[in-house]
Design a protein around this ligand. Sequence first.
Ligand SMILES: Nc1nc2c(c(=O)[nH]1)N[C@H]1C(S)=C(S)[C@@H](COP(=O)(O)OP(=O)(O)OC[C@H]3O[C@@H](n4cnc5c(=O)[nH]c(N)nc54)[C@H](O)[C@@H]3O)O[C@H]1N2
Ligand SMILES: Nc1nc2c(c(=O)[nH]1)N[C@H]1C(S)=C(S)[C@@H](COP(=O)(O)OP(=O)(O)OC[C@H]3O[C@@H](n4cnc5c(=O)[nH]c(N)nc54)[C@H](O)[C@@H]3O)O[C@H]1N2
Ligand SMILES: [Mo]
Length: 759
Amino acid sequence: MTTRREVPGIRPYDGPAGGWGALRATAQAIRQQMESIEAPITLMRTNQPDGFDCPGCAWPDKEHKSTFQFCENGAKAVTWEATTKRVGPEFFQNNTVSSLLQRSDFELEDLGRLTHPLVYDRDTDKFRAVEWGDAFARIGQVLQGLSSPDQAEFYTSGRASNEAAYLFQLFAREYGTNNFPDCSNMCHEPTSVGLPQSIGIGKGTVSLEDFDETELIISIGHNPGTNHPRMMGTLHEASRRNVPIIVFNPLRERALERFADPQNLLEMATYGSTRIASTYFQVDAGGDAAALKGIMKALLAMEAEEGNVLDHEFIAAHTENFDAFAADLEVTAWDDIETASGLSRSDLEQVAIAYAKSNATIVTYGMGVTQHNKGTANVRLIADLLLLRGNFGKPGAGICPLRGHSNVQGNRTVGITEKPSSTFLKQIEDVLGFKPPEAHGHDAVQAMQAMIDGSAKALLCLGGNFAVALPDSEQSFAAMAKLDLSVHLGTKLNRSHLLVAKESYVLPCLGRTELDIQASGRQSITVEDSMSMVHASSGKLKPASEFLLSEPAIIAGIARATLPHSKVAWQELVADYDKVRDLIEQTVPGFEAFNARIRTPGGFRLPLPPTERVWHTPSGKAMFSVYGGVKEDADVYGAENVLRLITIRSHDQYNTTIYALDDRYRGVFGRRDVVFMNEADLAARGLEHGDLVDIETISSGRKLCLKNITAIVYGIAQGSVAAYYPEANVLVPLDFIDKESGTPSYKSVPVHVSRAAQA
Ligand SMILES: Nc1nc2c(c(=O)[nH]1)N[C@H]1C(S)=C(S)[C@@H](COP(=O)(O)OP(=O)(O)OC[C@H]3O[C@@H](n4cnc5c(=O)[nH]c(N)nc54)[C@H](O)[C@@H]3O)O[C@H]1N2
Ligand SMILES: Nc1nc2c(c(=O)[nH]1)N[C@H]1C(S)=C(S)[C@@H](COP(=O)(O)OP(=O)(O)OC[C@H]3O[C@@H](n4cnc5c(=O)[nH]c(N)nc54)[C@H](O)[C@@H]3O)O[C@H]1N2
Ligand SMILES: [Mo]
C-alpha cells in the first residue's frame, strides 16, 4: 500500500467502538461542562423509576424505566443540558447579534444555558432581557394582528414532552391553523407515511424482548455507535448469541464492525471486543431500494425452485397485492439492480439465503433509508421483505425504525401533524368545545417555502434549530429575516435564534433534567420511545436560572395572551400536568387510564395492531407495494462524474448541536471541514488524500456550493461521498424531496467534486 500524506487531524481509528475510549470521552464531556465532578456522577446514578428520561435518543430502556443508563452520548446530552455555564443579559448587552452570528454553532451553544427571556432590540442590534408578561402580551398582539392564522408556522422539535406538544397543538388549532412543521418532516416522515400503507400504523413493531429471540438482524442505514449507543448493548448480545447481523451502509462504521461494551466488565478488563456485523455490504447511497428488490427477487426465485421459502399461509390470510408485487420483481432486471445498488447479484442472493433460513427476522433502519427522494418507497420495500416470511406478529420479528429525538414519536401521537385525521379533530371539538381547522397545513419544507415567498409572517418554535436543520442554508437563513415575528423556546442559544425577524423573542425553558414545580407541586412529563412505550420522566436538578419557565407554562402564557376567550383552561392545565394527560386521554386513542398507568414503573405500551396481526389499512390486510423499476434516478445521477453526497452526523454532535470537533470512530479530530471519499473517486479526479476541493450541487435551480473542503480517503462505496451536517446543508436543494413524505433528500444529493478553485 502506498503511504499517504499526513493530513492534520486525520488519524485512522483501528480499535473497536465503545470500550475505554467511550469512558474517557464521557469523563471529558463532564469535565468540560460541569464544575464539580459530583453533580454528573449523582446524575448517572439516577437509577430510580422516578428519574428523568435521557434526552439523547429514543432507544428504550431495558427495564422500561425512565432511568439514565451509562452511554457516552447520553452523558454528553445530559451534561450539555446540565452544564454550569450560563449566558445572561449582561453577555447580550456586550455582544451584538451580528457579531454573534460570526461564531460557530459549537461556540454559540457552548456559551451555556439561557437564563432570561430576551427580546431583540433593532436599534442596538442586541438582545435584552424582557419580562415574561410583556413578551407574552406582545407576541399575542402580533399573532392577533395577522390577516390569517395560516400566516403563522408552529414548529416542534422532538425533545418536547407529550404534555408540551399537546398544549402547543391545542393552542395553534384554537388559534386556527394546522401549520405544524416538525423535525419528523426531516427525519422519519417516510416511516409515518409508508408504514400505514403497508401495515396500518406508522410505527415500529418490535420490542426489546424481540431482540432476545430474533434469529437474524438486517441493519440498514443507521449508525447506532453514535446515534443510539444503548442499542449497541442489544446488538452486542445478539452477536454473542451468534445471530447474524447483516449491515447495509455505504460507509464503514466502526461500531457496526467491532464493539466493546462498556457495561461488560470482562471485555473491558481484557481489552476484548465483539464483532457486530456478520456481513457488511457497502451499498451505494440511495441504492437500498434496488438492493431490497434484489433480495426479494432472489427469494422468489428460490421459492420457484425449492418451495417453502415464503410464508404462504401468512401471505394468503394477511396480505393483498402479492401478485402485482411479484410480477414487478419478475420484470426488474438484475443488471439494473446491480447498477443501482452497487452490489452484486451473488451478494444479494446470499442475503436471501440467510433470510430464508431465519424463522424470526428484525429489520432496523434509520436516516440512510428515509432521507432520500424515494424514502417512503424504501420503507415500504422493507415492510414487503418482512411480509414475505410473515415477520410480523411473532416473537423475535418485526420492523424497527430507529427514531431520532427522544420524544419525536410521542409528539406525533399527541397531535403534532400538519395532516390531522378527522377523528382527532372531532375529538378535540367534542372535548374542548372549539372547532379546529380542517385544511391541511404546512410541513417543514412547505413552511420554509412560505417564509421564502413571504406568505408566512410568524414562526413559533417549540425547541430545535429550524433554519439550520433545513436544506439550502443560504436561502433558509435569509428567509428568517423576512418574518414579522419569530419566537423560540429553547435551552441554549443557536443560530436560528440569531437570524432575527422584525421582532424576535428567545424564551428560555426548563430542560428535562430539571425540577418542574407548579401550583400543585412537582410535575412529571411523559415521553414515548421508539418502541411505543410511554413513561414518565421527572427532572431532579435545580433549574439553570430562577427565571426559567416550563414549556407548558410558556405555551399557556402565549395562548392566553393571544386568545383572550379561549375555551382551554390554560392555568389549570399548567398547575397540574395530570390534567393535560386527562385531556390527552379523552382525545387520543390508546391512553386509557393515562395518569394511573404512568405511575407504574416502566409505564405502558401503546396499542400496536400489527403485533397481533391486525391491519388498520383500508382493506384490513397488510399491503405489498409495487415500486416499479430501479432506474428512475438515472436522469439525476446518470450524467458523467456525478457523485451522491450523504450528509451525516459526527460522533460529537447532536443534530445541530456540536459538542466538540472530533469524530473519533471515523478518525477525524478537531475539524469538520472534510469530505469522505473513495480512493478511486479521488484518483479519477486527479486528486489525493488531503487535497482541497469544491463541492457543487447539480441542480436546475440555485447554484449551491461548498468551497475549500479537505477530501480524505475513507471506506465509502465508490460513487458516494459524505460530509457533515449541518455545514453541508448549503448543498441540499430545498425542493429535492421525497414527494410522498416531503422529506428532504439529505442523503443523496447529486454533486460534482473538483479541485478547489482557490487551491
Ligand atoms: N449522539 C447523537 N444521537 C442522536 C442524534 C445525534 O445527532 N447525535 N440524532 C438523533 C436523531 S434526530 C436521529 S434522526 C437519529 C439519526 O440516527 P441515524 O439514522 O444513525 O442517522 P445518520 O447519522 O444521519 O446516518 C445514518 C447512517 O446512514 C448511512 N447512510 C447514508 N446514506 C445511506 C444509504 O443510502 N443507504 C444506507 N443503507 N445507508 C446510508 C450513513 O453512512 C450513516 O451511517 O439519531 C438520534 N440520536
Ligand atoms: N443535512 C442534514 N440535515 C438534517 C439532517 C441530516 O441528517 N442531514 N437530519 C434532520 C433530522 S433527522 C432532524 S431530527 C433535524 C433536527 O432538527 P431540530 O430538532 O430542529 O434541531 P436540534 O439540533 O435537535 O435542536 C437543537 C436545539 O434545541 C434546543 N433544545 C434542547 N433541549 C431543549 C428542550 O428541552 N426544550 C426546548 N424547548 N429546546 C431545547 C436548544 O436550544 C438547541 O439549540 O435536522 C434535520 N436536518
Ligand atoms: Mo431526526
